[in-house]
Design a protein around this ligand. Structure first.
Ligand code: UT7
Length: 326
């Protein structure tokens, strides 16, 4: 038995922040941002919107598509690094808002690779027959931990949520067939939120120094990203005896167009097979993969049996790849 994606949904907040808007905040320009990243604009959560609010909308859209009542969901697993609260989990908050009493609920922390990690956990429960369905959500409100004075990072990120509903299948050549995850904790200082945790708790001094904001060594992340994504994609393709020609579509974390172009070129996969939306949303962290999957699905990209290569990488560093047979 395997787990099959039977519903997808996504949500991006209303407010759009364009590259021209960023020119007013930091020393940058539209041309630099477009050519170095591929991003034109990103969506930013309203002050009253937290991660669970965006997650709830994406989840409801995915449940509607799957024809599954909120009350019947058996597990809710959320990938996020910007939860509503340090605790409890955003998954528990979403369960409450859905009015569900049945599901167990917890969050998974793997930054931009969070939804792929959440998917791998949910897959184990569903494919083993332990539960009949699972709601997997990737959501981040990175705007809340972005330093809007740091032009190296603030141009990249946007807010959003994506959701997937999993159900078991016995159909041959369908469902999640391989997922591989990796981490390299020696690279923590490359991309992290230094303050606000137990190492550097919230104090006036911490906040004044700006350590509550995401910190990133962009160029180093870039190099690790291209190398690691290529490696993990080769690993999942080899596990299934797939060549580049055997991949119908690619759904990738939308980090930077140059990272994706370089990875696809190394793999010999044409760009036309990879759904791109980072020009509209920027890097939405854990939301990126399920938002992208939902857009491509609603645009009519997938038919049963299509072989979808998924990939994501984020802070940790933590990364993964998967083969999803639609
Ligand atoms: O999910 C994982 C999350 N993180 C990522 O995916 C980030 C991966 N890294 C990247 O996407 C890229 O490294 C960046 C987009 C962050 C930066 O692009 P880059 O081509 O690596 O630029 P750079 O850092 O090498 O900077 C080149 C120049 C520097 O000026 P000098 O030293 O050559 O005079 C920077 O100061 O561009 C300058 N620069 C900017 N100029 C205009 C850096 N940021 C900006 C900016 N606007 N926003």
């Amino acid at each position: 038995m395997r787990s099959l994606v039977v519903g997808t949904g996504s949500y991006a907040p209303e407010k759009v922040l364009t590259n021209a808007d960023l020119e007013k905040l930091v020393e940058t320009n539209d041309e630099w941002i477009r050519t170095r990243t591929g991003i034109r604009e990103r969506h930013i959560a309203a002050p009253e919107q937290a991660s669970s609010d965006m997650a709830l909308i994406a989840a409801q859209r995915a449940l509607d598509q799957a024809g599954l009542a909120a009350a019947d969901v058996e597990a809710i697993i959320v990938g996020t690094v910007t939860p509503d609260y340090p605790f409890p989990s955003t998954a528990a908050v979403v369960q409450g808002k859905l009015g569900n009493k049945k599901a167990f609920a917890f969050d998974v922390s793997a930054a931009c690779a969070g939804s792929l990690h959440a998917l791998s956990v949910a897959d184990r429960y569903v494919a083993s027959g332990a539960i009949k369905n699972a709601l997997v959500i990737g959501v981040d409100t990175l705007s809340r931990i972005t330093n809007w004075k740091d032009r190296n990072s603030c141009i990249l990120f946007g807010d959003g949520a994506g959701a997937m509903v999993l159900a078991p299948t016995d159909a041959p050549n369908r469902g999640l067939s391989t997922i591989r995850l990796h981490a390299d904790g020696s690279l923590v200082p490359m991309l992290f939120q230094p303050g606000g945790g137990s190492r550097d708790p919230i104090t006036v001094e911490m906040a004044a120094a700006g350590r509550q904001y995401l910190f990133m060594k962009g160029q180093e992340v870039y190099k690790v990203a291209v190398r690691s994504l290529e490696e993990v994609c080769r690993e999942v393709m080899t596990a299934e005896g797939l060549t580049a020609e055997g991949i119908t579509y690619v759904i990738a974390h939308q980090a930077n167009k140059r990272i994706l172009d370089a990875t696809l070129s190394r793999l010999g996969i044409p760009e036309s097979k990879c759904w791109m939306n980072l020009e509209k949303y920027g890097n939405t962290s854990a939301a990126s993969v399920p938002m992208t999957l939902d857009e491509a699905h609603r645009a009519g990209w997938f038919k049963p049996g299509d072989v979808i290569l998924m990939m994501a990488i984020g802070g940790g560093m933590a990364w993964g790849g998967a083969i999803l047979r639609w």
